[in-house]
Design a protein around this ligand. Structure first.
Ligand SMILES: NC(=O)c1ccc[n+]([C@@H]2O[C@H](COP(=O)([O-])OP(=O)(O)OC[C@H]3O[C@@H](n4cnc5c(N)ncnc54)[C@H](OP(=O)(O)O)[C@@H]3O)[C@@H](O)[C@H]2O)c1
Length: 288
């Protein structure tokens, strides 16, 4: 049995849809199982169970009989502890393979606090004896939708100057995750995952201008001002605003460049940013 943690979330939700497409039986874990069960009604191969990762006993019940686990956890100040709980419960239940959603620049002294957390979780997983598969994607294209209201008003705001970003469509992360769960020989490795082309914020603003037919200009702020903007205007908690600023500063320190892992694993090219923008155009340029 494949068990999916974080099943209402961005990547795990996409993985759940992929496994449904492939008609693979799976178990989906959520803190709000009734809501997920309603969303999954009619999908007979999906078993929905409730568990909070803060509750080790509930996790062990949720993982009972599972051989593989997909572990994606929302970013939060408690993320490391919650993921370690899930890993320990999986080990106790005899799970043999864990596919963990991680991030790039996973280092003990990373300048990105959340990447330091992923490093701790990866190290914990490595010590359990379960087979660890590590997915290390760059920024999700789907996160760009958070910018849609500002873009609709003609601006894209950041602190990343003109450095390139390796945006990836989360459906490609999910497709790679499915392959590592289903295809023998792919588990036990680390996969850096990118889209096919990196785009800077100024290039993204130009692309949005072309696609929406409305002028979109990029405003680059100093990191402190960008942090203040995210807290005051985007209403992000302080830790999340710090994370976004840290990620953008890392992209300046280590310019991103795409690689072909997605295409190598999937045997088809990674989804493009242009196709993503085309698909979501109505959100970036709502009809008024
Ligand atoms: N966003 C990016 O650009 C990016 C890039 C690289 C790496 N990442 C990494 O990707 C991960 C986030 O993945 P995602 O976007 O797929 O996740 P997500 O959509 O933010 O959230 C995943 C799920 O975590 C579950 N969750 C939260 N607290 C929980 C708890 N106490 N117990 C059980 N489940 C809990 C929630 O499920 P329920 O509410 O249903 O319980 C939620 O749906 C992070 O580790 C991040 O560092 C993100």
């Amino acid at each position: 049995m494949i068990t999916i943690m974080g099943a209402t979330g961005t990547t795990a939700g996409a993985l759940l849809r992929r496994l449904i497409e492939l008609n693979v039986p799976c178990r989906a874990v959520s803190r709000t199982p009734d809501r997920l069960r309603a969303a999954m009604s009619g999908e007979t191969q999906v078993e929905v169970v409730g568990a909070d990762a803060a509750d080790p006993r509930a996790l062990r019940t949720a993982f009972e009989g599972s051989s593989q686990l997909y572990l994606a956890m929302a970013n939060s100040p408690h993320q490391v502890a919650l993921e370690i709980n899930a890993i320990d419960a999986a080990a106790a239940c005899g799970v043999r393979h864990v596919v963990k959603l991680s991030s790039p620049a996973v280092e003990p002294d990373s300048t990105v606090a959340i990447s330091r957390g992923h490093w701790r979780v990866e190290a914990h997983l490595a010590a359990t004896g379960m087979v660890p598969t590590l997915l290390r994607p760059y920024g999700f294209m789907q996160n760009l939708l958070l910018n849609a209201p500002a873009v609709a008003e003609g601006v894209l705001i950041g602190a990343m100057r003109d450095v390139p970003c390796n945006y990836i469509d989360v459906r490609d992360i999910a497709d790679v995750a499915a392959e590592t769960l289903l295809r023998p020989g792919l588990g036990g490795a680390a996969y850096t995952l990118t889209g096919p082309q990196a785009f800077s914020h100024p290039e993204l603003a130009r692309l949005l201008t072309e696609r929406t037919g409305r002028s979109v200009r990029y405003i680059d702020l100093p990191p402190d001002e960008f942090h203040g903007h995210l807290v005051r205007t985007a209403h992000m908690p302080d830790w999340l605003a710090s994370h976004v600023v840290e990620i953008q500063q890392l992209a300046i320190a280590r310019p991103e460049s795409p690689d072909d892992t997605v295409e190598t694993v999937l045997g088809r090219p990674a989804r493009t940013l242009d196709a993503f923008l085309h698909e979501h155009l109505a959100m970036f340029a709502p009809v008024v």
